[in-house]
Design a protein. Structure first.
Length: 310
């Protein structure tokens, strides 16, 4: 029997890793959000084992932080982390540009131009996800052609730390500057000029470092590293992230119950008075003056309850 071609299988832990990483970068799992293995497993339709493996990998990459038996959460945005990642990614792209530019084909340059056109269209429409995919495609041409697997792996590892900040600070003006720099890089590649390609690449990625450093608006968006979540927060990401409507209703309900409680005590006093009066009337009607009354408030037997006087 002729051998069948092996079917390529994607490991579940890789699927979980990619899905959770994308959710963190897109902000669907925001900075500081508590992560639950069970909750993520349910959302992704996976068992907990690949989720644990994925979270361990993301922790190693700085997107997740964990304290055993206490909490696992999305790492809060930190200025220093973004700066460090931007410097490393810039150096890798400079190396890729230097190595790849002499070997680029016309098809490679056409792919770069098409990616930049998609980038421009996405930024004009405000589609951040599409813009970032196009940007990755654009720079990915040089990374692929350079053939250095360590460069590719390093870029893949640290780019998400930058993308988180970029999403918060996405501006059409800065995107237009990036598109112009892309065009300049394409011209350097067409000329097969490695030195110029590296120089343009340096300016492109310095723009991101400036974004990380920068303006007061950027600083306002960056979440300072916070203290670990409380025990209550670590029990579930939904409860840890926001004060729910149920909690608001609970707080309001406590006030209602306190008010209702006061009315309840008032009604109890009225009922006790009514019962005493009823007992007196019943005794008066039956003539059982020697009936032993019962103290309704205490439940103890007391002296006979006498009928009211004339």
């Amino acid at each position: 029997m002729e051998r069948l071609r092996p079917v390529r299988r994607t490991l579940l832990r890789d699927t979980a890793y990619q899905a959770i990483r994308d959710a963190i970068v897109r902000g669907e799992l925001p900075p500081g959000a508590t992560l639950s293995n069970a909750e993520l497993a349910e959302r992704l339709g996976l068992s907990r084992a690949p989720i644990r493996d994925a979270l361990a990998r993301l922790a190693d990459e700085g997107l997740v932080e964990t304290k055993p038996q206490s909490f696992t959460r999305v790492t809060p945005l930190a200025l220093r982390d973004a700066q460090d990642a931007a410097a490393v990614v810039r150096a890798m792209h400079e190396l890729a540009a230097r190595t790849a530019t002499p070997d680029l084909t016309d098809a490679d340059i056409a792919a770069m131009r098409a990616a930049n056109e998609r980038f421009v269209a996405a930024t004009r429409s405000g589609d951040i996800d599409a813009a970032m995919r196009a940007d990755d495609d654009f720079h990915g041409v040089l990374v692929r052609v350079c053939g250095n697997r360590a460069v590719a792996a390093t870029i893949d590892r640290y780019t998400p730390l930058i993308r988180r900040l970029e999403r918060l600070q996405f501006r059409k003006a800065s995107a237009e500057r990036s598109a112009a720099l892309h065009e300049e890089l394409i011209r350097a590649c067409e000329a097969r000029d490695p030195a110029k390609a590296v120089e343009v690449t340096t300016r492109t990625w310095h723009q991101l470092e400036d974004l990380a450093e920068g303006t007061s608006s950027a600083a306002a968006c960056i979440e300072a590293r916070t203290t670990p979540p409380t025990e209550a927060q670590s029990k579930g990401s939904a409860a840890a992230q926001t004060k729910t409507i149920a909690e608001t209703h609970r707080d309001t309900g406590q006030g209602v119950r306190r008010s209702t409680g006061r009315n309840h005590h008032h009604h109890q006093d009225t009922d006790r008075d009514h019962r005493r009066e009823t007992d007196r009337e019943r005794i008066q009607d039956t003539g059982h003056d020697d009936h032993q009354g019962t103290d309704r408030d205490t439940g103890r037997h007391g002296p006979p309850v006498m009928p009211p006087g004339p």
